[in-house]
Design a protein around this ligand. Sequence first.
Ligand code: HAM
Length: 422
Amino acid sequence: MRYRSPRGTQDILPELQPYWHHIVQSAENIATKYNYKKIDTPMFEDTDLFLRGVGEGTDIVEKEMYTFLDRGGDSLTLRPEGTASICRAYIEHGMHTLPQPVRLYYIAPAFRYERPQRGRFRQHHQFGLEAIGDGSPIIDAEIIELAYQYLYSAGISKMQFMINNIGDKSCRPMFVNALVEFYKKRLDDICEDCRLRFSKNPLRLLDCKRTDYLCQQMIGDSPHTVDYLCTECDEHWNRLLSYLDSLNINYIINPRLVRGLDYYTKTVFEVHPQESGSQTALLGGGRYDGLMEELGSKPVPGIGFGSGIERIVGELRTNKNFVIKELIPDAIMIHIGSPASLEVIKIASSLRNEGMNIVIAPDGRSLRGQMRYAESMKASYVIIIGQNEIDSGLAQVKNMSNGTQKSCPINELSPDSFSNID
Ligand code: HAM
């Protein structure tokens, strides 16, 4: 084959579309219930937005961005994630004048030059939302509950909901110091990536997935972020936990959860399927109280999450108990001879106007051939019109599930004609 979709991308074929439709509908229903409004931002932004927003020491910025110079010589980057763009839009459109927090959601593609593997693509799609302008842990609880409700309504009933608090700019340095002290004496035990992280961005040490060195053991024995919180972060954390308890949300405190983007402060969370490793987060997010300032605005707190639609589709497809509704015609119109084909084209049009899904069988096939076609399309009914039917003015309508057949006046065919053929 000469052309294929670029590595790490995929066509979303018609048979997968019902899953996408279902997930997008679940997302929009839930977002609406919590009064989040939709926003769309451009697919690309000034590269600098992501350098500042996502952070120069992150994998996304260092290795994964699709960056290019346009014909005017400006450096642009395909959006690798949604939050920086939403914050840019909040500042650009003066949304601080609206009632706070501003609640926004988006469903959009994101681009990362990653090593493609199961559930990891170079173009993926996120349902994401952001609440900007309120620093209270009540909003954290709202977003976490919303995330839970979204996944549940999309059909993910078993999940691991992990949360942590990574402190803010006043207490995080204390934790990072403790981490550096802990790793300092054992640099020979960790992988070369971790040695780089140690000098550039020590928090990322807790993200290492390699098992060929002692990195996992080191992570297991390392200090916990929540033991180094300042009074404000600690109070935020305890209030959040009490809200989640009162909502009966089943969460796991994961003291090593730090997330892969630099903007996070205080609350961070990730959701993983019940039975799999850490490569496959279905959803991830957290608070980013310093990001707006980083982008040049006055300080405005924010929190949100992003959830990979491809990963949810993948989960639903492996769940035998999850049944998705296919798009199946209500009826196939079978026609023999040209007067009949003239008739069926009109009948199909009028039944569609009354809300039915109607397909006309391909022209020029025998009655048997058209019946075989109707079976392969899994249609519920067929309507048969040949010369005899034209002469008598009566069409044959057949229920494909039980074989029952009856005659119906051609000029009276309507959705009701199908209701009593059982
Ligand atoms: P993230 O964890 O990088 O966070 O991505 C969010 C979700 O997008 C992941 O949990 C995963 O489901 C999906 N995802 C990420 N990368 C890929 C990929 N290469 N292939 C398939 N799915 C992927 C963010 O992007 C933050 N902007 C989330 C956020 C919003 N935090 C606060 N507000």
